[in-house]
Design a protein around this ligand. Structure first.
Ligand code: SF4
Length: 305
């Protein structure tokens, strides 16, 4: 039973989180992403083995009893959690026992075109959906989905969900060298995400050993790619890989404002990119009201006032 619950994991964005793995025994996913941290596996359309709702809920109750100070319950899987066949019933059970704990789900978005899945996801405080590519060829190369998965249906489903959902919608893009790191792919994502308007976009890369022989990109590359997105979108560089290669630079007041107008920066970005004097300059500008802060679900961005 205990392999269902993992953590707690402390996250600056979500607080103290307890993970719920809906497929602890084996990988069950309708994708076979090149970057997956699990072993490669043939994608499947539905779970071949599913735990009962009672088993999962009793593991969660035990976890909450052991860790009463949990901020968030994160529903995930060794695979795709929305393929779990009793998700609606499970979420109903979680709502009954969660108290003040928030609910988060991490999904590959493959089932978001189904109205019944969207209805279940509305019960979560935060829904984090993956979207690595907005073009079909790139999507198939990176996520290696089951034949039944259709990127256009996912994109339409996400747009419908955005209309229906009032919680925090976060989109995660994982960048893999040589696949979705080309400006044309990022521009296609940007065109789509400008329509979707998620609350935040997490731009990351491979941090753990991947299923296939693929490579991550550097922080510097993520940063360059982040500049291709519309500045109105809150893009958070979620990976700190290869930071060592970056030398902090000096920014004048004008350069700080210009940089923030092109891409709002997080405090973490500022700590990496700005030298000490520039960080102090930014603090002063913040105090004078020339710079403001936009907070999107746990991540603070500096923006021009
Ligand atoms: S969606 Fe997640 S679990 Fe499924 S293959 Fe991709 S990374 Fe692995």
């Amino acid at each position: 039973m205990n392999d269902i619950i993992f953590g707690p994991v402390a996250s600056r964005r979500f607080g103290k989180s307890l993970g719920i793995d809906l497929s602890p025994g084996r990988k069950q996913c309708n994708f076979d992403c090149v970057y997956c941290e699990l072993e490669p596996a043939k994608p499947m359309d539905h779970y071949e083995e599913a735990l009962s709702v009672e088993t999962i809920l009793s593991a969660v109750k035990e976890g909450l009893k052991e860790h009463p100070d949990i901020d968030v319950l994160t529903v995930t899987a060794n695979g795709e959690p929305t393929l779990y066949p009793h998700l609606a019933e499970l979420v109903e059970g979680l709502e009954a026992i969660r108290g003040a704990t928030r609910l988060l789900i991490l999904s590959n978005a493959s089932t978001i075109h189904r109205p019944e899945i969207r209805r279940v996801l509305q019960h979560f405080d935060t829904v984090k959906l993956s979207l690595d590519c907005a073009t079909s060829r790139c999507f198939k190369r990176i996520d290696r989905p089951a034949d039944s998965v259709d990127l256009e249906a996912i994109k339409e489903g996400m747009l419908a969900f955005r209309q229906e959902y009032s919680g925090a919608l976060i989109v995660e893009i994982l960048v893999v060298e040589g696949i979705n790191d080309k400006p044309a792919e990022i521009e296609a994502l940007d065109a789509y995400l400008r329509r979707l308007r998620p609350d935040r976009i997490d731009l990351g890369t491979i941090d753990r050993p991947p299923a296939y022989r693929v490579s991550p990109v550097s922080y510097e590359k993520l940063r360059r790619l982040s500049l291709l997105f519309d500045p109105a979108l809150s893009v958070h560089i979620a990976s700190r890989r290869d930071i060592g290669e970056i030398t902090p630079s000096a920014y004048s007041d004008e350069e700080i404002l210009h940089t923030l107008s092109k891409r709002p920066l997080t405090a973490e970005d500022v700590a990496i990119l700005f030298d000490k004097a520039s960080r102090e300059r930014l603090e002063t500008m913040l105090r004078k009201g020339q710079i403001g802060i936009r907070e999107t679900h746990g991540v603070k961005f500096f923006i021009p006032a």
